[in-house]
Design a protein around this ligand. Sequence first.
Ligand code: FES
Ligand SMILES: [Fe+2]
Length: 365
Amino acid sequence: MSSAETAALTAPHSSSKEMLTGFWYPALRSHQVRGRQLRAALLLEIPVVLGRDTRGLPFALRDSCPHRGMPLSCGLFDGETLECSYHGWRFDASSGQCREIPSLLPDSKLKVDRIFATHFPCEEHDGYFWVYLPSGTSREESPPLAPRLPVFSTKYRLVHLDCELPCDVDNGIIGLLDPAHGPYVHQSWWWRTKRSIRVKEKTYEPIPNGFRMRGHAPSSNSAPYKLLRVYNQPITTTIDFVLPNMRLEQVRCGPHWFSNRVTITPLTPDRCRLDFCAAWNLFPWMPLVTPLFRFFARRFLRQDQHVSVQQAEGLKHNPRMMLIDDADRPARWYLQLKEACLDSRKTGLPMRHPLQEPVTLRWRT
Ligand code: FES
Ligand SMILES: [Fe+2]
């Protein structure tokens, strides 16, 4: 390969440590917050305190008292207000507004109700507390709808898994979009072996804030998809990537379906959490289907985590990296989408989508 060609394929790095605000992120699993407990979480280096009020509504505040920076998660919560553990200031959980400063005398001129702890939009869906982190631009609009896992029937099973990855959000997402690591990292009799490698051809199209791998018959070299043949119906898989961090996959087989979502949430510039959530109405007659699925999915995630831990050793030395055609093209689209999103925030102009029309990619995996 000529040096000019190599340069053309080198990934842009200008945004690699940037973390995108102006989006919803999963902060915690629902079961981690019980009763009047307060829980601390970290999102994009922002400390957040989460809980549920007496009506069961979730809330999220910056985990920092506006008085002297004490984490509010160290304080008490009565179902309506959080009391800071340092000097007892009280804040409304649903707005962050200060309700009381115990040290003030009754004739104090201080306008207590003008003091706010930073408050974030918070919703609970699919077993997660979702928090919207505003982008901080002056053009701030109201938050879009919080993400929801697509489901296609009223009855289904739901599984959640997660793991931490010791890398920046871009490397985490590139790993998610990368089709070529399958036969190496996920080698096993039930998924892929090196011998099962073959040529794949996939067509992608632009969607708002992302791209879609068009509906196609799933890989014939993956054992789990072979199970679906029992239904004797056409099987189609669609895979979307949407900013800031989300891969959504849907497998449809007549009335039967499987839907999963992976998000890579940056905690710090060098650490992310992968959240995996899957729902399906397949094989309802099969015993132990959920524990079996969980067992295999957990192994799969551990393989990704293991390779990320190993890659982190290499990344410590700031290597130059390449993204090649066609297998790394989705990764490049992600980086371009992120740049375009940041640019549009800076300029106020509409975001320029890196994909202007459908594109067919070919690779071996
Ligand atoms: S630091 Fe919170 S009340 Fe003083
Ligand atoms: Fe993987």
